[in-house]
Design a binder for this molecule. Structure first.
Ligand SMILES: [Zn+2]
Ligand SMILES: [Zn+2]
Length: 473
C-alpha cells in the first residue's frame, strides 16, 4: 500500500495527510507499515533512503502539479531506535537485559543475605524481671544487669564428605553462617551453646575429612572475643553408644579444647554440660568415666549450695542450681504433648521414643535430676521444639535444629539467665518456603519480561513479513 495522488485523485495534499494520519490510527497494518518504514530508514544508508523517497511526490501550489521532493538531510539513526515511538511499545534488548539483571541480582541478594536482618531484628532478649523469680537477684541487684545473655542452638549437622551432596553442603552451610553471623551482630550474646550433632559424619569420618569439617565449622561460627562459644557432644559427632570410642571422643574434645562433661560458670550462673551419649549405664569405660565426673560435679555443686564444712577439697561454684545442657532429651514417652509451630509434625508426635536412642533411659534421666536438681534443662537431638515438665518441677526445652536441611523453620533460643532466675524467647529464622517463594516470584517476573520482549519481537517480525509481501506485490 502506497499513499499517492494516483490512489486518491480528488484529494488535496492537506486532506490527504489528515487521511493518512487517520488511516494510521485506525488501521494497525498501516501503523505497522509506517514503523517498518522507519526501521528501514534506520537500517539503510543514505543512498537507499534517497531511493525510497523517489516514489513520493509533493503538491506544488505555484504550478499546481506533483513533483518529487528534495531529499532530506542525512540523519544517522540507530537500528534499535524506531522513529514512531508513540505508536510502538519499546522493549529494547538493553532494557530487557538491565531489568533481568536487576531482578536476578535483587532476588539473590535478598534471599541469600538481606533476609536474615529483618527476621532476626524481630527477636529480642527476654526481660528477666517479668519472668519467674521476681525482679531482683540474690545479691539485691536488678536481674537484668546481672543476667547472662545466652544463645542456644542445636543440631547444625555440617555435612561430611560421604553422605553430603556438594550443593546441599554449600547451601546449608551458607544459610547457617549468615544466620549465625547476623544473630551475633544484631543480638550480641555473651555466650553461645551448641547442643551437639555439630557434624553429620563425625562418627565415621576419616582424619582428613574430620579436619576439613572442623575448618568449615570454625569459619561459619567465627566470633569475637566478647562471645564465648561452648559446644556439646552429640551422637553424630562421636557415634551412638555402640559406635563411640576414646579416639572419637578425644578427637572431639581436642578440637574444642574442653572436656565433654563440665561446668561453665558465667556471672554467677552454673551451666552444666553433660555428655549424654555416654549415659547408657552399662559400665562401658567411657560411661564409667563420664558418670564418675558427673558424681564429682554433683558433689561439688551440692557442697557449694549447702556451704557445708564437710566439703573441704571440693571445687566451689556459685551457690545456685545449674542450667543443664545435653544432646539427648531426658526420658519422655513421645512428643504427643508438644505444641507450637516448630513441634514435630502431627503424624510423628505419637510415635513412641526409644530409650537410649531417641531419649535418655528412665534410670539415667532420674539420676541426673536427683544429682543436680537443675532449674532448667536444654536438649537437642529430636530436631523439633517441645516443652516438658519433669516431676512437675524440672522444665525441659527441646531446641530444634538450626539447619534448613532438617526444618523449614529453624530457630534458636535466647535466654537471659541470672543466678536466681531466667527468661527465654525463641527466635525463628527465615522459612525455606519463603525463600523459594521469592525465587519463584522473581522467576515468574523474568518469564513475563521475556514474554513481553518476545511479543514485541514477534510484532516486529510480522511487520517485516508484511513488508516482504508488499514488496512482492
Ligand atoms: Zn541431630
Ligand atoms: Zn542426635
Amino acid at each position: 500500500m502506497t499513499f499517492s495522488p494516483a490512489n486518491h485523485p480528488s484529494s488535496s495534499p492537506q486532506t490527504h495527510n489528515q487521511a493518512r494520519s487517520q488511516a494510521r490510527r485506525e488501521n494497525p497494518e498501516v501503523s505497522c507499515f509506517a514503523f517498518v518504514l522507519s526501521l528501514r530508514a534506520a537500517l539503510h544508508d543514505e543512498h537507499h533512503s534517497a531511493g525510497d523517497l523517489s516514489s513520493v511526490r509533493v503538491w506544488r501550489e505555484e504550478d499546481a502539479s506533483w513533483t518529487a521532493p528534495s531529499p532530506p538531510p542525512v540523519r544517522k539513526v540507530r537500528a534499535s531506535q524506531p522513529q514512531n515511538n508513540a505508536e510502538m511499545p519499546r522493549f529494547s534488548a538493553r532494557w530487557v537485559v538491565l531489568l533481568v539483571l536487576i531482578l536476578l541480582v535483587g532476588a539473590f541478594f535478598y534471599c541469600e543475605y538481606l533476609i536474615y536482618f529483618p527476621t532476626i531484628l524481630k527477636c529480642a532478649w527476654p526481660k528477666i524481671s517479668h519472668a519467674r523469680g521476681g525482679g531482683e537477684g540474690i545479691d539485691g541487684r536488678p536481674l537484668d544487669s546481672t543476667s547472662v545473655r545466652a544463645m542456644v542452638l542445636s543440631d547444625t549437622h555440617l555435612l561430611g564428605a560421604v553422605g553430603g551432596h556438594w550443593f546441599d553442603k554449600l547451601r546449608r552451610e551458607w544459610q547457617m553462617e549468615r544466620a549465625f553471623q547476623t544473630a551475633l551482630w544484631l543480638l550480641k550474646p555473651e555466650i553461645v551453646f551448641i547442643l551437639g550433632d555439630i557434624f553429620d559424619e563425625g562418627k565415621w569420618s576419616s582424619q582428613k575429612h574430620w579436619e576439613d569439617d572442623v575448618r568449615r565449622f570454625h569459619r561459619m561460627f567465627r566470633h569475637s572475643a566478647e562471645t564465648e562459644l561452648v559446644v556439646l557432644v552429640g551422637n553424630h559427632d562421636i557415634g551412638f553408644h555402640y559406635e563411640m570410642d576414646w579416639f572419637k571422643l578425644q578427637r572431639f574434645e581436642k578440637v574444642f579444647n574442653a572436656s565433654s562433661t563440665r561446668i561453665v560458670t558465667k556471672k554467677g550462673v552454673n551451666f552444666l554440660l553433660v555428655n549424654s551419649v555416654a549415659l547408657h549405664g552399662d559400665g562401658c569405660p567411657i560411661c564409667q568415666s563420664v558418670e564418675k565426673e558427673l558424681i564429682k560435679l554433683s558433689r561439688d555443686l551440692n557442697c557449694s549450695l549447702q556451704n557445708s564444712g564437710s566439703c573441704e577439697g571440693s571445687q566451689t561454684y556459685p551457690p545456685t542450681p545449674p542450667i543443664m545442657l545435653q544432646h539427648y532429651p531426658l526420658f519422655r514417652v513421645s512428643d504427643a504433648g508438644c505444641t507450637g509451630r516448630d513441634a514435630a509434625p502431627p503424624e510423628e508426635r505419637h510415635l513412641l521414643f526409644r530409650e537410649k536412642y531417641d531419649v535418655l533411659s528412665k534410670e539415667a534421666s532420674q539420676r541426673l535430676l536427683q544429682w543436680f536438681k537443675p532449674r532448667l534443662i536444654l536438649s537437642g537431638h529430636t530436631h523439633s521444639g517441645c516443652e516438658v515438665l519433669h516431676d512437675n518441677k524440672y522444665p525441659e526445652i527441646s531446641v530444634p535444629s538450626f539447619s534448613w536441611r532438617n526444618r523449614n523453620n529453624p530457630s534458636f533460643i535466647l535466654a537471659s539467665v541470672s543466678p536466681g532466675s531466667f527468661a527465654m524467647s525463641k527466635c525463628f529464622l527465615p522459612e525455606e518456603s519463603t525463600v523459594i517463594g521469592v525465587y519463584c516470584s522473581a522467576g515468574g517476573c523474568l518469564l513475563l519480561l521475556l514474554l513481553a520482549h518476545c511479543v514485541w519481537m514477534k510484532g516486529l517480525l510480522q511487520c517485516l513479513s508484511l513488508l516482504g509481501k508488499h514488496k512482492s506485490l
